[in-house]
Design a protein around this ligand. Sequence first.
Ligand SMILES: Cc1cc2nc3c(=O)[nH]c(=O)nc-3n(C[C@H](O)[C@H](O)[C@H](O)COP(=O)(O)O)c2cc1C
Length: 206
Amino acid sequence: MNTILQINSSLHSAGGQSTRLADEFVSALRAKNPEAKLIVRDLAREPVPHLDADRFGAFVTGNEQRNQDQQAVVDYSDALIGELQRADVVVLGLPMYNFGVPSQLKAWIDHIARAGVTFRYTAKGPVGLLTGKKAYVFATRGGQYAGTPADSVTSYVRQLFAFLGITEVEFVYAENLAINEASKQKALLGAQNAIRRLMTQVRLAA
Ligand SMILES: Cc1cc2nc3c(=O)[nH]c(=O)nc-3n(C[C@H](O)[C@H](O)[C@H](O)COP(=O)(O)O)c2cc1C
């Protein structure tokens, strides 16, 4: 069964512009693939805790040595990773907040990037273990940054996905959302057109 994992990282949850674009894309995908299973991970509704020394300590403590609290931390991280492992397609709603990714998303990343689980170190460097997936990212911004040095969000997310083994990543941007109503409508229309173009190309894994 094909599986889509939709990760919403807007602090506005379902009301976020990035979430709405991700929703539109997922609806179109599901219309084309009614059998596809959908997992939605809303990071505003169910925030992932900030990574701290105790939580990281749990990750690096061996199976046999973990206490109950540490096991609970690892079980939680494993559950988040399990959603990713099951996904053929990852859809990410990605607002830019203060020139970075939402802290809610960073907390999730800090729980799913685990040595020996989602990547491993080899003599030739790190190797991602989440292969065979495709990611679609719906990036929303108040201003206009795509393609400029101020857009570190795109390179960071691409780098992170590649590190985990997800090398096929498509970005759809909606920028200038905060300038005025006309620029917002133009950007949203542009993103919707991009979604329609993508839908002529995408196919979930058989
Ligand atoms: C806390 C916060 C910080 C923001 N920082 C930026 C920024 O650095 N650059 C930018 O272009 N827009 C910024 N914006 C505007 C958002 O990127 C824009 O409103 C976008 O639509 C948010 O997506 P969302 O509706 O899915 O949350 C910021 C918005 C918020 C709430």
